[in-house]
Design a protein around this ligand. Structure first.
Ligand SMILES: [Zn+2]
Length: 392
């Protein structure tokens, strides 16, 4: 189950506990019928799970007519309002509940947790953080509070606090938080790099790699720092580490390798990199870079023959587009020139439609590379969309 559902269903878990306790309590003059409440509970859970908020609200509103004093039903209603984006209503319910006399410490914590969620959704991060820090000291809410605190610190780009909170979650839960913490160190490293403090940035990148030795972002950053400090050969060696676990990211460093090869005055370094990268990743963008590189070196026949073979083997649209460009340039004024130009226009349009990056987790698509997906907030799940399609 997605962790977000655990948070959403927390009041319902409390409601379930309340039902169990309620069944065992002495009978009053007009006891509510447990079967009715159970049915209400399961029906609303079912509607919530299917994102049918209106239906869940109808069921709970009906229950309120008979049991309006029930803390758990009020909590569930507050959660539903929040899920529907009616934050003010949710906050009012929770604020009114917190001032209710006779709440047990556990019930009070539950209401405070809901209130912290309301504040978070409303963007009142300071208020939410204060409540969560208070709740984080309690055993029952520590994990849930820390998860929300991580969200808050990420929004505030407060990476030091995010590292501390995620580190505690790493020890408390069975989940592996190392790769996420490595991303936080990369954030700090990039900040140091922008500020010109290369030594601090290097330390951050090394800390990230200690937590996740295959962190693509840390590898790229570490190589950039090598290059910035004049260690170009080492930079290329560092970037080559992407071949092992992240061949799909090799294109992201191709231009950096090219610049380092130029600084070293060794164009062969760049060609070797592209050939090795192409062995690891069937990435048409790398093939096109190799074609450009060979053409620049005057090896036009070799470049064209490589391109032709790539297009034949991989049904590569980018390759075809580049090939049409070459043919069109080579045969100006021929009857085929207009045909080439028309087909190139079509391939160019198709290529523009599929440029960019995609999240492997939620499918979010964007023009630039996001280390944290803007759609699902997962780290390191966004990869380049372009990949050659192999013919069967
Ligand atoms: Zn995503």
């Amino acid at each position: 189950m997605d962790p977000i559902w655990l948070l959403v269903l927390l009041p319902f878990a409390a409601l379930s506990g309340w039902l169990a306790a309620w069944r065992g309590r002495p009978e009053t003059s007009s006891p509510p019928t447990p079967g009715v409440i159970s049915e209400t509970y399961y029906r609303s859970i079912n509607f919530l799970a299917n994102d049918q908020h209106d239906e869940a609200l109808d069921v709970l509103a009906k229950a309120l007519e008979d049991y309006d004093e029930s803390l758990e039903i009020q909590l569930a209603l507050g959660t539903l309002f929040r899920r529907r984006g009616e934050i003010e209503k949710a906050t009012q319910i929770h604020q009114s509940l917190i001032s209710r006399p006779g709440l047990s410490p556990e019930q009070k914590s539950l209401v405070l947790f809901e209130l912290a969620n309301d504040y978070l959704k409303a963007g009142l991060l300071d208020r939410s953080e204060n409540l969560l820090l208070e709740l984080g000291a309690e055993d029952g809410f520590r994990e849930s509070a820390l998860r929300l605190l991580v969200q808050i610190y990420e929004s505030e780009r407060d990476w030091e606090r995010a590292i501390a909170a995620a580190g505690r979650l790493d020890s408390l839960t069975v989940e592996m938080w190392g790769p996420v913490i490595a991303q936080y160190y990369c954030e700090l490293g990039e900040r140091d790099l922008s500020g010109g403090d290369y030594a601090a940035a290097k330390e951050r990148a090394d800390q990230a790699l200690k937590l996740n030795r295959n962190c693509a972002r840390a590898i790229i950053l570490r190589g950039r720092l090598d290059a910035l400090t004049g260690r170009h050969q080492q930079a290329v060696t560092t970037w080559m580490r992407l071949c092992d676990e992240h061949p799909e990211m090799l294109n992201e460093v191709a231009r950096l390798v090219q610049a380092s090869a130029e600084s070293l005055q060794q164009p062969g370094v760049y060609v070797d990199f592209l050939n090795r990268a192409l062995e690891m990743a069937s990435d048409e963008r790398l093939q096109l870079l190799l074609v450009d590189c060979l053409s620049k070196q005057g090896r036009t026949e070799e470049a064209e023959s490589q391109l032709l073979s790539w297009v034949e083997q991989h049904a590569s649209l980018s390759g075809l587009h580049r090939l049409l460009e070459l043919r069109s340039d080579q045969k100006p004024g021929t009857p085929f020139e207009r045909d080439y130009q028309m087909v190139r226009k079509v391939t160019g349009k198709l290529l523009a439609d599929r440029a960019g990056y995609e999240c492997r987790f939620c499918g979010f698509q964007g023009k630039s590379l996001h280390w944290q997906c803007p759609g699902c907030r997962h780290w390191g799940t966004t990869v380049p969309k372009a990949a050659a399609i192999k013919l069967p």
